[in-house]
Design a protein around this ligand. Structure first.
Ligand SMILES: C[S@@+](CC[C@H](N)C(=O)[O-])C[C@H]1O[C@@H](n2cnc3c(N)ncnc32)[C@H](O)[C@@H]1O
Length: 376
C-alpha cells in the first residue's frame, strides 16, 4: 500500500517538487489573468491531498490558492476590478482527505481575511471540491467540455502516486485541449525497474520505450521521450521534464503547453533550479560543478551541445529564420537566448547575413519580429 504523503513531513524531493509547482503556476497565472480575451481561469489540482504535511508545510492546493491571491493580495483587486472568474477545482479520491482539505483551505482564507479590507473574499466561492477517482473524472463530459473550451484558460496539476494515472489516452486529452497547460509527476524509475511486468506494459507500449544503455539518471528523460512520441509530428507542442533524484530513485515532472510563452516560463523555472542543464537536481550530464577544478561559470555540456546543434542547423539551412531558431532552442529545453548567442557569433564571423531587421529578442518570442538568415 502506498504511504500517505500527508501523514509525515514532506521530504526534500517533495519540497523541490512543490517549489517547482509553485513557481510554474506563479509564471502561468498572471499571463492569463491579464489577458483581456480570457474571462475564466480554471486551476485543477487532480490529486490534491489534504493540503498540509504533519509539520504544517503547505501542499499543492494551498500553494495554488496563495499564488492565486498573490503577494499583498495583488491579484484579488485585479479579479474584483475586471470581473474575472478564477476557479480552483480540487479533487482528492479519499473523502476524509478531501474534507480535511476543505478545512485547511477555509482556514487559509480566514487567515487571509484578517488582513483584508473586504468582508467577502473572491475565493470564498471559487474553491470547489470533489472526491472522485481521477480515472472516472477524466472521462466526464463536463470536464472534457471545459478542457476543450478555448475561451477558458486551464492549468492542470496532476500529482499522482506512481505512474498509472497518466496513460496515453489521458496525455492526449491534455495535449489536445486548447489553452491548457499541465504538469504531472511520475515515478520514472519504477517504470524502468518493472518495465517488462504487466503492471507496466499495461500502461506503456513497450516498442516505444527503451531503457537499454541508459544510465539510471536518464530514466525520466526516457519516459518523457515516450510521451513525446505520442504527439503528432506536425503538431506544434512543447514538452519539458525535470528529473528529481531521491536516494537511488528517480522521479520527475513533465510540463506540457502548446504555446511558446508557456514553455519559456517553465524553462525559466527549471534553469533557476539547475543552472547546468535546466532539467534535474542531480547534475544529469555529469558537468563540472562549482568548486571543481575545470568548472567554468555559465558553461555546461547541455548549453554547448545545443549551441553546436543550432549552429549546424543554421549552416545547413534547416533553421532559416529567427523564429525557427528560437523555437528550436525551446524544443531542446534551452532558453531562447542560446539561439541569439549563436546567430550573433555567426554574423560576426561573416558566416551568415540577415535579411530584414536583426533583433536580439529572446523573451516573449511569439512577438519577435521575423528576419531571415542567408548562409554566405
Ligand atoms: C502525491 S499525493 C498528492 C499530494 C498533494 N499534491 C500535496 O502537495 O500534498 C497523491 C494524492 O492523490 C490521492 N489519490 C490516489 N489515487 C487517486 C485517484 N485515483 N484519484 C484521485 N486521487 C487519488 C491520494 O490519496 C493522495 O492524497
Amino acid at each position: 500500500m502506498t504511504k500517505d504523503i500527508n501523514k509525515s513531513e514532506f521530504d526534500e524531493g517533495t519540497k523541490l517538487k512543490l517549489s517547482i509547482f509553485r513557481e510554474c503556476f506563479k509564471e502561468w497565472y498572471p499571463v492569463f489573468l491579464h489577458n483581456q480575451y480570457i474571462s475564466k481561469l480554471i486551476i485543477y489540482d487532480m490529486f490534491a491531498g489534504s493540503g498540509k504535511d504533519t509539520a504544517g508545510n503547505m501542499g499543492s492546493p494551498i500553494i495554488l490558492l496563495q499564488e492565486a491571491i498573490g503577494n499583498e493580495k495583488q491579484y484579488c483587486s485585479h479579479i474584483r476590478q475586471n470581473n474575472k472568474s478564477v476557479i480552483l477545482a480540487f479533487n482528492e479520491k479519499e473523502e476524509y482527505k478531501r474534507n480535511e482539505l476543505e478545512c485547511n483551505i477555509k482556514q487559509e482564507i480566514a487567515q487571509c481575511k484578517t488582513t483584508c479590507q473586504f468582508d467577502t473574499c473572491v475565493f470564498d466561492k471559487a474553491c470547489h471540491y470533489a472526491h472522485e477517482d481521477f480515472s472516472d473524472l477524466i472521462q466526464k463530459e463536463n470536464l472534457l467540455r471545459i478542457l476543450n473550451n478555448a475561451k477558458y484558460a486551464k492549468f492542470v496539476l496532476l500529482d499522482q502516486y506512481g505512474f498509472k494515472q497518466i496513460n496515453d489516452e489521458v496525455f492526449l486529452k491534455l495535449t489536445n485541449a486548447p489553452k491548457t497547460d499541465f504538469i504531472f509527476f511520475i515515478a520514472s524509475s519504477f517504470i524502468k525497474r518493472f518495465a517488462t511486468l504487466p503492471a507496466v506494459t499495461k500502461y506503456f507500449k513497450q516498442e516505444n520505450i527503451s531503457f537499454k544503455e541508459t544510465n539510471p539518471k536518464e530514466c525520466h528523460r526516457v519516459i518523457t521521450n515516450y510521451f513525446r512520441t505520442l504527439i503528432p509530428a506536425d503538431k506544434e507542442y512543447y514538452l519539458h521534464s525535470f528529473t528529481i533524484q531521491k536516494g537511488s530513485n528517480y522521479y520527475g515532472l513533465i510540463f506540457g503547453t502548446n504555446h511558446t510563452l508557456g514553455m519559456e516560463k517553465f524553462l525559466r523555472v527549471c534553469w533557476r533550479h539547475d543552472t547546468l542543464a535546466g532539467e534535474s537536481n542531480c547534475n544529469i550530464n555529469n558537468d563540472f560543478q562549482k568548486g571543481e577544478l575545470f568548472y567554468q561559470p555559465g558553461a555546461s555540456s547541455k548549453k554547448q551541445d545545443i549551441s553546436n546543434d543550432i549552429r549546424q542547423r543554421i549552416l545547413t539551412k534547416e533553421i532559416s529564420n529567427n523564429k525557427d531558431g528560437l523555437k528550436y532552442a525551446l524544443k531542446c529545453g534551452c532558453e531562447p537566448k542560446v539561439y541569439v548567442d549563436v546567430i550573433e557569433d555567426l554574423i560576426k564571423s561573416k558566416k551568415v547575413s540577415i535579411s530584414g531587421q536583426f533583433n536580439r529578442t529572446a523573451m516573449n518570442i511569439h512577438n519577435a519580429k521575423l528576419y531571415n538568415i542567408a548562409v554566405i
